[in-house]
Design a protein around this ligand. Structure first.
Ligand SMILES: Nc1ccn([C@@H]2O[C@H](COP(=O)(O)OP(=O)(O)OP(=O)(O)O)[C@@H](O)[C@H]2O)c(=O)n1
Ligand SMILES: [Mg+2]
Length: 402
């Protein structure tokens, strides 16, 4: 099979293949870019594989970066773009179910393709556009099947993350998981414990935000791989509710908040959950806010002060989450109420601590902060206006009790 009209991104990279060939080496496009080309999906980067050793690649191209020399990868700058050029390799020295620290270089492409994870990812393309398919990858693309190259068990022992990748592709590409590949996941799922949580998280997120995340989740539960995800063991009956949803998350914080609500964590448990999954403090905080806000809106109306404290980003995410979970929350009304708050940020307060000290004779100290908070409450509750005169009057009144 020959692809006649290559997208621009391949055309721009073709001189790299030509240069390697002119120096007497073989070189091909490999991996995800060839898969995505045949699926007519957007292509974000093209990877090149060659029988040239890294030192030889570096001799051919004037600007290179040593990105992963021990794995055989050199980044080549060509034009304004950067390309990963990796020497054909096998990964025969796995000891701990993770990608190895060093690899064995090999001379031919098929040895290299043989150790790749799935048939759809084991395709290569020559500079001419000719597709090289040793493992039935094109048929599997046409049938929308994720199938391990050769023995699935071996592929998963080489790199256990591939089990997550399999399920991620189900969600991302709308494919089904081939039976033996799925069986091998069930039989080898504990191997996932050898994998860094950050890598698992990345795949889990791609799964959760993929267009067919419901199918991805279904396979995750069916294959029992879910039992080996951090803090999700024993939760599959709760997570089955994911399969009954009509909408699915579109952002990272909403995805996490959804999982947390489905597995019924208490607010106190959210932080530890997010930390175990090695999320950044920023994402963890956003998720915590959404879960807290969701808890409130499921029970009662938010107060103006709560609208103010949560802010519009958390509100919008909470409304999305409520929508996904079928919780009756009137998002339009909530956002409208937010938009009509007398102020949206504490900086918009017409007075500050200095004003209270200078004009009302209140001594410096923590009391100033408390008075400002009460003032903010009163303004948000509509009891007083946000101007110096009404604030001064109000503060004078409450200084007798605060
Ligand atoms: N655990 C892994 C990771 C990657 N690969 C191989 O390396 C290629 C590139 O890997 P990567 O960019 O991580 O994944 P892609 O399949 O390209 O998917 P994405 O579109 O998310 O980049 C894959 O296609 C596959 O051939 C593999 O065999 N085993
Ligand atoms: Mg890729």
């Amino acid at each position: 099979m020959i692809v006649e009209d290559l997208p621009q991104i391949f055309k721009e990279a073709r001189p790299i293949i030509k240069n390697l060939e002119q120096a007497g080496f073989k070189a091909y496009f490999v991996g995800g870019s060839v898969r995505d080309l045949l699926l007519k999906r957007p292509i974000h980067d093209v990877d090149i594989a060659t029988n040239a050793y890294p030192a030889e690649v570096k001799r051919i191209f004037p600007v290179t970066i040593d990105t992963g020399i021990q794995h055989g990868t050199v980044t080549v700058k060509y034009g304004e773009e950067f390309y990963e050029v990796t020497t054909f390799r096998t990964e025969s020295t796995y000891q701990d179910f993770r990608r190895p620290d060093h690899v064995e270089f090999v001379q031919n492409l098929s040895e290299d393709l043989k150790r790749r994870d799935f048939t759809i990812n084991a395709l290569a393309m020559a500079g001419s556009g000719e597709i090289i398919d040793h493992f039935g990858g094109i048929t599997d693309l046409n049938n929308k099947v994720v199938r391990a190259v050769g023995e699935a068990r071996e592929r998963f022992h080489e790199d256990a993350l591939r089990m997550m990748r399999a399920v991620r592709f189900v969600s991302q590409l709308g494919f089904t998981l081939e039976r033996d590949t799925k069986k091998a996941i069930t039989e080898n799922r504990e191997l996932l414990h050898h994998i860094a949580v950050e890598r698992i998280r990345e795949e889990f997120l791609k799964l959760g935000l993929g267009p067919d995340s419901k199918d991805g989740f279904s396979v995750l539960i069916d294959s029992e791989l879910i039992e080996d995800l951090p803090l999700l063991a024993g939760k599959s009956s709760l997570l089955k509710n994911y399969l009954t949803l009509n909408f699915f998350p579109t952002t990272e914080p909403i995805f996490w908040a959804l999982i947390i609500v489905l597995i019924k964590l208490t607010n106190d448990e959210v932080r530890a959950f997010m930390r175990t999954w090695k999320n950044s403090n920023e994402v963890a905080h956003q998720v915590q806010q959404i879960v807290e806000c969701f808890d409130i809106v499921s029970e009662r109306e938010l107060t103006n002060r709560e609208l103010f404290d949560f802010g519009v980003t958390t509100l919008a995410s909470t409304i999305d989450l409520a929508d996904i979970l079928g919780e009756p929350v009137n998002g339009v009304v909530l956002i409208d109420r937010y938009n009509h708050l007398p102020l949206k940020d504490a900086h918009e307060l017409a007075v500050d601590g200095r004003f209270l000290m200078a004009n009302l004779g209140i001594p410096a100290g923590p009391r100033i902060g408390r008075l400002l908070q009460l003032t903010l409450d009163a303004i948000l509750a509509g009891q007083i206006k946000n101007n110096q005169k009404s604030i001064a009057k109000y503060v004078k009144k409450i200084t007798s009790v605060v």
